[in-house]
Each structure stands twice: as C-alpha cells, then as structure tokens.
Design a protein. Sequence first.
Length: 272
Amino acid sequence: MSATATNSGKIKLRLHYWDCRGRAQAFRYMLEDIAYTNKNVDYKEDFEQIDGTPTTWPEHKADKTISGPFRTLPVLHWNDEHIFGQTLTIGMLALRNNLVYFYSLNFVAHLVARKFNLYGKVTSSVADPVLLEAYLNGVANCAYLDVIVGACMCIWNTPDIENKTSAEYHQIAGVKDKLDGLNTLLKQSSTSFFYDQTEPTIADYFTFEAYLVARDIHSVFLPEDCQALVKLEQVMKERPALAKYFQNNQLMKRFTASPFEREYLEKISKIK
Ligand SMILES: N[C@@H](CCC(=O)N[C@@H](CS)C(=O)NCC(=O)O)C(=O)O
C-alpha cells in the first residue's frame, strides 16, 4: 500500500468501541474532522453495547477480526484490510496519513511515518520535525494517559472528592496537576493550538477531550486557571465537523462502563 494510493484513494474507516466516551472520544473528534475535510474518507462507528458486555463481548473479544490483536477496544478497521489497536497508535496512524499533518515517535508510528514520508509542520520556534513530533506526542500522551484515563479511573474507583488526605485522592490531584501543565503549555503558544500550530494536531484533539471529560465529571479536577483550555474548546467547537457533532448531540452521556457511574456522578454533583 503506497502513501499516494492511501492518501488519494477511497479510505474506509470503522472505529469499534463501547457506547461511551472512555478511551475513544478524542479519537472520535479526530475522525469526524478527518471525514469532513477528506471526501475520500468513509468513516463510521460500530458500537459495542455496554449493556451487552456479559453476553456479546466475550464472543467479540475472542474474534480477532473484531477485537484486533490485543483483544481490547478501541480498534480501527482500515479498508476492511487492517485492524489497529491501542488508542494512541490509532491516533498517530490517522495523523500520519497527512489527514491532520502529523506523525509520531512511537515505534510503529515511526515505521509508518517513514513509509509515508510525513513530517508535520515545523515552525520558527521548533524547526526540527523530530523535536516537534516529540513535543506533540508528549502532550497527547499526557492528555490521554494522565488526564482522560486518570479521570475515567476515578469513576471506577469512586474516590471521596472531599477527603484530600485519602489515598485515592492522589488520582484526582494528578489529573488536576496535569491539566494545569497542559493549560500552562498551551498559553505559551502564539495560536490557540499547541506549539504555534495553525491547525489542530494530535495534541489538541487529546487535550480538548481531556479538558471536557474532566470538567464534565466534576470541577474538582480543574486547575484554577483554565484560560487556554477554554479557548481551545471554543476553537475546536467552531470547526464545522465538531460543531455538527455537538449540535446533533452525538457526545455520549456515559463516560465509562462502570455499573456505579451514574450513582457516583449524582453523588459528587451535589458537592461544590
Ligand atoms: N492501551 C489500550 C487499552 C485498551 C483497553 O483497556 N480497553 C478496554 C476498554 S476501555 C477493554 O477493551 N476492555 C475489555 C477487555 O479487556 O476484555 C488503549 O489505550 O487502547
């Protein structure tokens, strides 16, 4: 499969994940944007039903044509030919196909980046594409692993958000601290996107969801200063594909598959 054929020919993408935000949401925004701006991309999502987890999932998990090489979700089916697992790898792969102008430092991603010869957009402050790549990957990793996964883990672990001395509270503090770091870094950019980019990169899609997921769960996760994150939300939501996505109420209410989620969120929503 050559880079030219992949970039100009028809690309069929099917994302498979549970009917919740979880690990896939940042990637959903990326795919919505990609499909909107690249008319050769046919993107749809196949949902795994959380309610069917005890019955349907074991069967789907055992079937590698559905659950991919790692037998977990999300997975991305590419042209009914390739199945990619691992959220960050999927994100980087899409980026690498010049759909949002970036590639990654991750080993698999490097391979694809070399094959496809994609090297992002350097700026006067970061003129080396490898360094730019590392910077943007650092942001995406932090937003995904530390904030999004961290906040979702809090829903599973149901920490007492008022007891700052409890062992479980450190996860809340960790999410808040990383969001603070992301906000500070974003403020240093001359544009609304990380590292002076004029179009969103993987860093912006993941940070956008990181901010939204934390805020939507509870303000306890938010740092005092969210100015740059608020601005990022605004510009991301002005993008036609994402504006449509939010107007159509496509954002799912459910964050995780935790059976205690609703009860926990109701409980903490009463705490200011
Ligand atoms: N590192 C992987 C983790 C994927 C993962 O743990 N997925 C969970 C759902 S959020 C899963 O598929 N669990 C079902 C199972 O392991 O049977 C990623 O980021 O994509």
